[in-house]
Design a protein around this ligand. Sequence first.
Ligand code: AMP
Length: 543
Amino acid sequence: MHGLMMDKQLSIASIAEFAELQFPDTEIVSVTADNPLHRYTYRDCFRRSRQLADVLTKRGYEPATRIATLAWNDYRHMECYYGISGAGFVCHTVNPRLFPEQLTYIINHADDKLMFVDPMFMPLLEKLKPAITKVETFVVFTDEQSMPASDLPGAISYEAFIADGDPSFVWPEFDEHRASALCYTSGTTGNPKGVLYSHRSTLLHALVGNTGAVLALSPRDVVLPVVPMFHVNAWGMPYAAPMVGTKIVYPGPKMGDGEALYNLMESEGVTMSAGVPTVWLALLAYARGADKTFSTLKRTLVGGAAVPAAVIAEFRDRHGIDVQQGWGMTETSPIGSVNKVLPKFDNLTPDEWLELRTKAGRAVFGVEMKIVNDAGETLPWDGESAGALKVRGPWICSDYFGLAGDSEAHAEPGWFDTGDVATIDPDGYMAITDRTKDVIKSGGEWISSIDLENAAVGHPQVAEAAVIGVAHPKWTERPLLIVVAEGDRPSKDELIEFLSDKVAKWWLPDDVVYIEEIPHTATGKILKTALRKQFADYQLPTV
Ligand code: AMP
């Protein structure tokens, strides 16, 4: 017997409808390319989202057509989140930090038909233009007066594009499993892979995100998402905040600018913020240097990479701010675990407390976790046994877009292998101890060790090359190139110069070391765990 409850489908547009009715006057403040401080309300935002949805619908796209964005965090980007997905299309957020070959691959693989773009990324797109011919229209996030000259196909300003859209557009209803957004991740080897979210997964994720176990937002909060809207939907904040009437402050291109972020937080009364550790280091450095403290900020969610104990301690001791570490992935929407202190730990000493807070946290409701050994056997939650971390739940990806059934991450049916190695203690606190995937995370973005190794062995005097991540205080990790030479050893500068036209500049290794032999596994693969151990205390010259 089924329950007798209405079968209303979960939809992203329902958040817009609700916020328009319940919190019309709540503000959204943005830094944009054409306005240092744009301010309007949820009422304005969702009216314009309807206009956008109407224009897109009248263009006659098939349901679930991919429509891309290449932009920083601001109000027009938020209108796209709602206008595109709410109309039944897929909002494909593209990461401008990727390099041209990856961007071309992603835009073509997703089969994007239209692209919304920040003016500052137009030169980048002009270069990609010959390779991304399927994009028919480029809509630039600005108005007619500020519209730069461009020969991108169909180039038009955003304001002109939505001008004739009907603000009374009625959001269509459809199956909650319909795809809503797409985000590619280069967190594993090979080409970037697309993670395809649905209306259902997005809604459930935002609901849990709003609980006390995660963001705990309310109408009294002001949230500043420093995590980019092109990286896992800014961790779901553009969906979670309107559900509970939280004011949003979008920093636009100022994300990495400690002083600008500090000033925005103070002037707008920000109470909660979220981002990767590198961002908080910049913010802390600014506050320290300028001898300032935060008057409204109460808590931050920090994740995407391990959070150094020093960051947690400085926020606590200097500013009285609670840093909550979170763990998640593009594939997990991203919220997987959050570090909150259980009441039984209220009396820990400051050092014990810090040790607890450096863990990645406890799984949130909706995410099941397990750790397994090489034989696939589940390991105990004893805080010591380390194994491959696997997860499952309604906002965990079941396959990659266009690669159904073709991924090692889904080798065990019903579970997603995260590529992280973790321990889980008897209280459920999970801690990341290593990574099985061959990548380096620098400032919140991925660098492929394998691509760097392949490029390095192209040098005639490099017999074998291995790249590992080495701890860096600002970027969390930076690449170290380990080389076995053939004949004369090329100098470090020569090798870096050799790589410089083969990979993005920010991928270039911070240092090069020579060794006699690179350790291998039984199957002949480079034994990265041994190299990581050998170079665990390596001091990079860039530190
Ligand atoms: P992404 O898909 O780019 O968001 O990257 C997800 C990956 O970032 C995870 O699989 C981890 O390797 C890493 N990561 C995320 N959060 C943490 C954390 N709190 N501690 C350590 N690594 C993390």
